[in-house]
Design a protein around this ligand. Structure first.
Ligand SMILES: [Fe+2]
Length: 273
């Protein structure tokens, strides 16, 4: 028997609906935005693979709005879910991104049947989902482009907004341990950052190997786990390109909404398992 779940990531809500002190007005706009994402026949479970938006109170409205259509929602943390984008936010969260994420998790956990996964698994509708945000590890630049970690760190500091808006980066080794813990049990693995950059190299018209180093900050090297992925589905986001391909017996899927310029008309994707 087949089973289904729905997938989206990188919603970046505040790019689609401006934060508004008139909460009623904002809620209405969020409902309309959410309506525009819903497929013709939604599944019971919605997976959101990170990057909800920059403001927790808005994100909560969005999760509640999604619950008009879904029985359960699974969320993992994205890098933007750690951003402190204003002086007001820095003050509120005492210049510590983790405090914003702790608040977001508490808000989400207050909504019945919304589950934030951070090295945990949950079985819904007969499917075991395991998730954690994960983080990029510069491996693409080191392995594919022959750069040193130091060179990549310089580039990252100069070019990536993560450097500016995340106050204290998450510990990558902790994320790796969480990922390792969920992988065998899961039918569906959910991370924000993906662990396979092979498609970038195949689309050489878009990314020329060794020329564009930014994928170093878009993926981690998941190859250590590839022999444990057979028969599974791995949902990821972070990059705003859509992917759906099979490698090492694992189906990798990205259904990022992204910024308005990225995939303007795209909707939630239904995945058959
Ligand atoms: Fe991201």
């Amino acid at each position: 028997m087949y089973n289904f779940f729905d997938l989206i990531s990188d919603i970046h809500l505040d790019f689609w609906v401006k934060p508004d002190s008139n909460l009623r007005k904002m809620e209405k706009k969020i409902d309309l935005f959410v309506d525009s994402l819903i497929p013709f026949s939604p599944s019971n479970v919605l997976v959101i693979a990170g990057d909800l938006g920059h403001f927790n109170n808005q994100n909560v409205f969005m999760l509640k709005s999604f619950m008009r259509f879904y029985e359960s929602i699974i969320v993992v943390r994205g890098n933007h879910d750690l951003y402190l984008v204003s002086g007001k936010q820095n003050k509120k969260y005492r210049s510590l991104s983790e405090n914003r994420w702790i608040e977001m998790k508490a808000f989400a956990n207050d909504i019945p049947n919304v589950f934030v996964l951070e090295g945990d698994t949950i079985t819904l509708d007969g499917i075991t989902f395991g998730g954690t945000g994960m983080w990029y590890d510069f491996s693409y630049g080191i392995i594919e482009c022959g750069k040193t970690r130091e060179e990549l760190y310089q580039l990252w500091s100069k070019e990536m907004r993560d450097r500016k808006f995340i106050k204290k980066q998450p510990d990558f080794t902790k994320e790796e341990l969480r990922f390792d813990r969920i992988i065998d049990e899961s039918d569906v693995i959910v991370t924000h950052v993906g662990g396979d950059w092979s498609q970038l190299l195949q689309n050489s018209g878009y990314f020329k190997k060794g020329e564009d180093l930014t994928p170093s900050f878009y993926f981690f090297d998941g190859s250590n786990w590839f022999d444990r992925l057979s028969g599974k589905i791995w949902c990821f986001g972070h990059v705003h390109d859509h992917y759906d391909y099979t490698r090492n017996g694992c189906r990798f899927i990205n259904n990022a909404k992204g910024y308005p310029r990225d995939n303007p008309g795209s909707k939630i994707k239904t995945v058959m398992i």
